[in-house]
Design a protein around this ligand. Structure first.
Ligand SMILES: NC(=O)c1ccc[n+]([C@@H]2O[C@H](COP(=O)([O-])OP(=O)(O)OC[C@H]3O[C@@H](n4cnc5c(N)ncnc54)[C@H](O)[C@@H]3O)[C@@H](O)[C@H]2O)c1
Length: 230
């Protein structure tokens, strides 16, 4: 039995990745801050749902311990949980929002990785896949926290990849452009300023402009990319 944890797996891209992993024969752990949704989604996949806030180091450790206790090993970790955060120029960007985005998008990747890594190193195999963003490669105007956190995820992937590759643990990163999720769909339809200034249609257009993508991608395409990284 091979076990995969997908953080933020109750919705959007994480849900598509979790579904693909289950289809490929993995026992999937859906780990999400929305515990009821995680449990519901896990039930569909005959896996396990766990409520976890990835920005909480102790909660990440508890998640890894629970999975190891139940299944004996963790073969794949997909660090997918993430938020876009508020859209605002740097000189107006609220300090607490900056911290919130860093805590979930960057610290969360570190905490979850740190929690599962000892067991992967001990058995000499494992796959870690981090979902970053084109924003981390190119920088998106008015998304300073998101762009910075995702650039951090790319750097973290490279550093850790070199650290553990000779020990059977392979670390990769995916940097999607714009993927059609509920949030993206709503932002496109409702327009600028929807839900506290989350990704709006201008930002989506800017993201597409800096990428080689001609159109908004689909979640299934991303799940295919995730599969290629395993
Ligand atoms: N949708 C896109 O266009 C796009 C593009 C590039 C990168 N990404 C990245 O892909 C990942 C998934 O994005 P999405 O569009 O599917 O988002 P989404 O909002 O649809 O889903 C995110 C999931 O993460 C969970 N989550 C949020 N905060 C959490 C926390 N602190 N701890 C645990 N779970 C938490 C949410 O409950 C939700 O289930 C994110 O890292 C995002 O930055 C998305």
């Amino acid at each position: 039995m091979r076990t995969a944890i997908v953080t933020g797996g109750a919705k959007g891209i994480g849900k598509a990745i979790a579904g693909r992993l289950a289809h490929d024969g993995f026992t999937v752990v859906v780990a999400d801050v929305d515990e009821p949704a995680a449990i519901t989604e896990a039930a569909v996949l005959s896996g396990m749902g766990i409520g976890v806030d990835v920005s909480d180091s102790a909660a990440a450790k508890r998640m890894a311990a629970t999975v190891l206790h139940r299944y004996g090993s963790i073969d794949v970790l997909v660090n997918n949980a993430g938020i876009t955060g508020k859209a605002a120029p740097v000189h107006e960007y609220p300090d607490d929002e900056w911290r919130r985005v860093m805590a979930i998008d960057l610290d969360g990747v570190f905490y979850c990785t740190k929690a599962v890594l000892p067991s992967m190193l001990a058995k000499g195999s494992g796959r870690i896949i981090n979902i970053a963003s084109i924003s981390g490669k190119e920088g998106n105007p008015n998304m300073p926290a998101y762009s910075t956190a995702k650039a951090g995820v790319i750097g973290f992937t490279k550093a850790l990849g070199k650290e553990v590759a000779t020990r059977g643990v392979y670390v990769n990163c995916i940097t999607p452009a714009v993927i059609e999720t509920w949030n993206v769909g709503m932002s496109r339809v409702v327009g600028i300023g929807w839900r506290r200034g989350l990704a709006n249609s201008e930002q989506i257009a800017a993201q597409l402009q800096v990428s080689s993508a001609e159109a908004i991608g689909q979640k299934t395409e991303l799940a295919d990319a995730d599969q290629a990284g395993r």
